[in-house]
Design a protein around this ligand. Structure first.
Ligand code: GLC
Length: 437
């Protein structure tokens, strides 16, 4: 297949995206009703022969319960008598869903963009998408345009709004057996003209109705559409950039165009380079809410802060996922982590937003130090207290200019390329930032 015309889409990454650093992903669906998965491990660390039958992603429930002998299949039998998956759509009531409350939490967390799933692999759409009949959240279950409700609420508080769409997998239109190994993910994709047209209608409807700031596709796109001409993916990109000139497109369409690359947990870490990239993960081991998870599986506030800061120091964005319950509540452990990140960012935002990679200084793990830059400014983000010493060449850092963000001047001494200082206990939980002007 020739993609030469896709080059016309190449352009500099819109600054808002490079500056944003922190976004919120939302996985909410009929799968949030059973909310059940084995907390097996992080993607990228689990053997392929184990993953599918013990999939830690609760949003994969409909695949996992079809794998003969899987613990999920047993669970579905025992708890729901093997009832059809679509019953969960009717049981999904979202009765406590309060989009303004979600938006307030995301704003408090310091998130700059929010991306909900609008159609996950189960094919159920969170708006009344063309061609879905009643298999959407407006006709059944929540009885509401959830995409629009989330979009309006987050934009009202100044947060950008993108859409996740599973173009690759749609278990409502294919007749494939369940996926049991990783290769099936790319192999068992509906890709014919009819499905390509179905997706075309969906994505253009999402663009026309919601003008999303991010178009986030998953697991490729129907092969039939990977061409030029009417109803093609190229036509979608053309239409999108015309409708949303500052919009950004992720890298999972299976064609040679993207505004930024993505990694997921420990998977595709080689994508974490270049002009723009984004790592996504859940706070636990799943994107969809998994009631089986507990403290052991969640990131602590400290671990989540480290993850964000480390990504930002390497030039990426973090898209941190929340998995609401079927009622529409964001579970307490997820709120706690978002609030912990937000409280820290509120004090230390100068080191995060609009920062760039500090090429002239090196990170360290003992003590834990990450660096960011903004013009000539350098920010040392240090997770240690008491007397600390680390590398900071004189050419990069003027010790006389040191101040603590949220505090005052700090005395720093130099011995060759090493600098030392005494860091007192931080006022908010998290690393201390020393700024050098
Ligand atoms: C994956 C998974 C999925 C999740 C996602 C997030 O490809 O299939 O369940 O939505 O990516 O990055």
């Amino acid at each position: 297949m020739e993609y030469k015309n896709f080059e016309r889409f190449n352009r500099p990454v819109p600054t808002w995206f490079s500056d944003a650093k922190f976004g919120i992903f939302i996985h909410w669906g009929a799968y949030s009703v059973p909310a059940w998965a084995e907390p097996t491990g992080e993607l990228g660390t689990v053997d392929d022969s184990v993953w599918m039958a013990h999939n830690p992603y609760a949003e994969w429930y409909y695949n996992t319960i079809r794998i003969e002998g899987s613990p999920a299949q047993k669970h579905q039998q025992e708890v729901y008598g093997g009832a059809p998956y679509d019953d969960f759509l009717d049981q999904w009531k979202a009765s406590k869903f309060n989009p303004d409350d979600w938006a307030a939490l995301f704003a408090k967390a310091g998130a700059q963009y929010v991306i909900p799933t609008t159609k996950h692999h189960d094919g159920i759409t969170l708006w009344d998408a063309p061609g879905t009949g009643t298999r959407n959240t407006v006709a059944r279950g929540p009885k509401r345009d959830l995409v629009g409700a989330i979009g309006d609420a987050v934009r009202k508080v100044g947060i950008k709004f993108g859409v996740y769409y599973s173009g690759g997998l749609d278990w409502s239109v294919d007749n494939f057996p369940p996926m049991t190994i990783g290769d099936h993910v790319r192999g068992f994709r509906p890709s014919d003209a009819a499905y390509a047209m179905y997706c075309y209608e969906h994505i253009t409807d999402l663009i026309n109705r919601y003008k999303p700031d991010v178009l986030w596709d998953d697991i490729e796109y129907p092969d039939f559409a990977k061409r030029e001409g009417p109803y093609s993916l190229a036509a979608i990109f053309d239409h999108y950039y015309k409708s949303v000139p500052q919009g950004v497109i992720n890298d999972r369409w299976g064609v040679p165009h993207s505004d930024y690359k993505t990694s997921e947990y420990q998977h595709s870490l080689d994508n974490e380079s270049g002009a723009a990239w984004e790592n996504c993960r859940g706070i636990g081991l799943s994107f969809g809410y998994n009631q089986i998870e507990d403290e052991k599986h969640y990131m602590s506030i400290n671990a989540a802060q480290h993850h964000l800061i480390d990504i930002v120091s390497r030039g990426g964005n973090l898209l941190l996922n929340v998995g609401p319950t079927a009622d529409g509540e964001i579970p307490a452990f997820q709120r706690k982590v978002l609030e912990g990140i937000g409280a820290w960012i509120a004090v230390n935002k100068a080191a995060i937003y609009a920062s760039r990679v500090a090429e002239d200084v090196k990170p360290s793990d003992s003590p834990w130090v990450r660096w960011t830059a903004n013009g000539k400014k350098r920010y040392a983000i240090i997770d240690a207290t008491g007397s600390v010493e680390f590398d900071a060449p004189e050419s990069a850092v003027d010790i006389k200019s040191a101040t603590v963000l949220g505090g005052g001047a700090i005395a720093v001494t130099r011995n060759g390329s090493k600098i030392s200082m005494t860091i007192s206990a931080p006022k908010v939980e998290g690393p201390t930032v020393v700024a050098f002007n």
